[in-house]
Design a binder for this molecule. Sequence first.
Ligand SMILES: Nc1ncnc2c1ncn2[C@@H]1O[C@H](COP(=O)(O)OP(=O)(O)OP(=O)(O)O)[C@@H](O)[C@H]1O
Ligand SMILES: [Mg+2]
Length: 306
Amino acid sequence: MLFNFEAAPTLDLKGIQRSVTGYQLIGTKDRPGRVRGVEGLHSPMVGRDGELEQIKNSVMSMNRQSGGGFAMVFGEAGIGKSRLIAELKSRVRDESISVFEGHSLTYRRSVAYWIFLDLMRNYLGVSANAPEAQVRAQLANRVEAVLGNHAAEVIPYLEHLLSLKPTSTTAAARISQLDADQLRQQIFITVRDLFIAESKQQPVLLILDDLHWADDASLDLLRFMLDALQSAPLFICGISRPVDDGALTKIVEQAQNRLQEDCMRSSCKRKRLLRHRRSPDPRRTPRASRSPHPRLADGRGPPNAA
Ligand SMILES: Nc1ncnc2c1ncn2[C@@H]1O[C@H](COP(=O)(O)OP(=O)(O)OP(=O)(O)O)[C@@H](O)[C@H]1O
Ligand SMILES: [Mg+2]
């Protein structure tokens, strides 16, 4: 857990000759601040125009007819993955695309669904420290705005996911009858359908950063969400350092296969989908030969690609 502190007046302590600076604990941090560079100082991005253009074109090409897409940015720590996607965000801001993001944290690896919890808080516009009543009210408002009459069916599962006190005791009793697999399945369907519904109002870009720290439940939910990309203008962009467990590599392969199948089924002319760059298994990639650039494995190539 990380904390916010505020400098307190200097203290004169018994037995210590010098005055000592004290700090007052303010509360927990939602997420770590910048770990590199200087807070508040930003230099222009250099040398990533090709990657940025490629991923931006992929995101911009999603629509109701052709569905969404998937991109995965792999690269070593500090190489500029998050920066690349931050630039992407600023480029699509004015393009009527809703952008929501979740971050994994190394010290949250033991919390199931952490990255989706973070994503949901971002979606609802609430901080990790927000009072429960505020989160519940925001959840009800947002889900009702998107799902209308169906909201009452899904809110109990989202409350459960977010560890909120249930609003409906009847629904809570029904959930308590489900076994673990059934509950997990319902949570998966609920999260997927919520973002599908959201994307039908306006295309959605979901950014999932630092997936190398994601817990298994989050990765399973991410894999489940891939089904939505064929039918809805929903684009998922994952970011990760090279990983050794292969779970993310499988997700990328699955995304490529799904989008490729869909493309062939609908006789889509975008042959570029058949030319995905495969993301090499990092286990077989010697460290020294790894690219100094973030590696893009995407489910939508640039529109002008052959
Ligand atoms: N192309 C670039 N031009 C200018 N600054 C850059 C560029 N790429 C990265 N930076 C800067 O380098 C620092 C590290 O980049 P970033 O945080 O994006 O790395 P990362 O790959 O996401 O690392 P990690 O795996 O630790 O999250 C940041 O301050 C970022 O603004
Ligand atoms: Mg990063």
